[in-house]
Write a protein that binds this ligand. Sequence first.
Ligand code: ADP
Ligand code: MG
Length: 676
Amino acid sequence: MVLSDSITKLKGVGPALSEKLALLGVTTVRDLIYFFPRRYDDFSHVTKLKDVQPGPVTVKVKVEKVTARHVRRGLHITEAIIADETSKLRAVWFNQPYRPESLKSDAVFYMSGTFDFQRDRFILQNPSVEKVAEFAKNTARIVPIYPQVRGLKSYQLRQMISQLLPLIAILPDTLPPEVVKRENLLPLSAALLQMHFPESHQALQEAKKRIAFEELFELLLAAHLNKVEHRAHLGWEIPYEQAAAEAFTAALSFTLTNAQRRVAWEILQDIQHDQPMNRLLQGDVGSGKTVVAAFAAFMAGRQGMQSAFMAPTEVLAAQHAESLSQLLRPLGMSVGLLVGSVKPGAKKVLTQQIKEGNVDIVVGTHALIQQKIEFAKLGLVVIDEQHRFGVNQRKALLAKSDRLPHLLAMTATPIPRSLTLTVYGELDVSVIDERPPGRTPIITEIHSPHSVKPLYEHIDQQINQGRQVYIICPLVSESDTLGFKSVEQEYDRLQKSVFKHRRIGLLHGQLSSVEKDEVMTRFKNGEFDILVATTVVEVGVDVPNATIMLIEGADRFGLAQLHQLRGRVGRGKHQSYCYLVPSTAQKPSQRLQEVARSDDGFYLAQVDLELRGPGELYGTRQHGSLDLRVANIADTKLVSHVQKVAEAFATTATDLLQYPELHKRVERLRRVTTFN
Ligand code: ADP
Ligand code: MG
């Protein structure tokens, strides 16, 4: 038997069973070995019959008498009198017609089951039975309980996996021996054995520790190797000019915050080297990322290099172009806006100018800049609200040049540190963890769905004062049955009732991007008082005049998402409000309470990660690399530690091929984690 064998090679695994296993993602022997229990039941303690108490129990007994009968159609009962040297008890099994035969033996058995009251007496119900002389899989041990699909029982999995024990026992280690030794880890084979058939709780803990370490080690090593490979490309040197930096900051209408200064320094340091920068700039909404990016673009422009700014939507691109013009035109830089709605004639002129190097900063949507544009000399790419951007995509931006532009990816989604190390491990990270002074904190409140009237009144008052309002609903249309409000329904309702005297806009993901942009622009221009929307407004739109964010069905959204939505208000000088209205009047979830309590995006992101795991977050579900079965990605300390170990290993071990299995796995991970 080898790891790549099909599980159909195992005894008792026919087509029906293998189909069920396939549903669990298990097709090979390797899959099965790495298919870990969901939990464990502790039946390891053997109790004398005279001491048996109600509840789960294991006894060591002989069988004195067995009877079996059909009581009525579909109900078969096996009863046995079991005995040890201290006492006797009755055990009973339902619908196990094969059971009497297996009990007719002089052998000593372990029986693990629940001792419970039934009718007028206590009996041992449906216990698992094994001969003491055999390898215990189902009784008298810490029993593994596997994730289930219909018709596939844990004992069947135990039976299959127990056939693999000889193979597991000789599996070579995948981690480098020096790492296993230094980190005091169990060897792989021992760890896998203990994962399935633990001898003790301590051994199980050790096994989990080892497997978790290995999962993270491979992931972090892959990320590190990608980073090293990326650094091997040639980029542009953009020297730091003191005088220019002073001119830039002097031209601002405000003073940079300490955090902005720190990250600007990190970036300006980075781009001085001829290794292409690969950096993620994280900063809560309103923390002022644009000006930092503009700083770098200015430095590039001073060297005759162009910068490309990419935004997810046309509206955002236009916003960027506007603020970049304000910042950089006075300093002699030219800014061009390249979006789909630019007239063909003008577009042609602009693309020609870009090609000739007459535009310093080009702003557009991701798609547009990537596909069509040739630059004279592209030194810097800034991407807003997109964490992933591949080397290949970047290469596509190069106009017949052998160098890669520097990359600055910006995001307002705070990403917990453990995730930046793993999923975004090949990026360097800068964080703006401070907001510009003078912002009034947003007032966040949770309101029961039965008491929204005062909220509507408040909305009305705010509109009277000239302000604008977002109302968010979880769904587009009334397609599901969960009772969540849909935007369309809510739009109709509000327009016909409470807010019939108001101008209401409707925005959701099923509109085309042109339609979306149009609605957003009209809202920004003040043509709507209220915007009823789905989470499509989540990303980066800046309407400083909006002061209320009302989120319906708030329990439907993730923590990070709620925080992101809240960030749509509080962007101007007016006091802003965020109202969270869950779909039921029950006690609000911990998630909602956390959002109401804290406006620290990083704190909330960490809580979110702990509550929900990485799957839902940051698109990691599709990502594939985060197939962590044992490791807890929210464990920042462990992740940072393993990251250091992986990096140290990579610098000493120059030839990964010495570790064939590790090499194979890491190469696979490099392909899924890489930005290509
Ligand atoms: P975000 O990080 O959300 O992209 P922006 O870059 O759009 O934030 O900045 C939000 C607003 O704050 C802009 O109007 C910008 O001009 C302003 N701003 C940025 N930095 C500062 C600062 N240090 N002091 C005052 N206002 C600032
Ligand atoms: Mg922004």
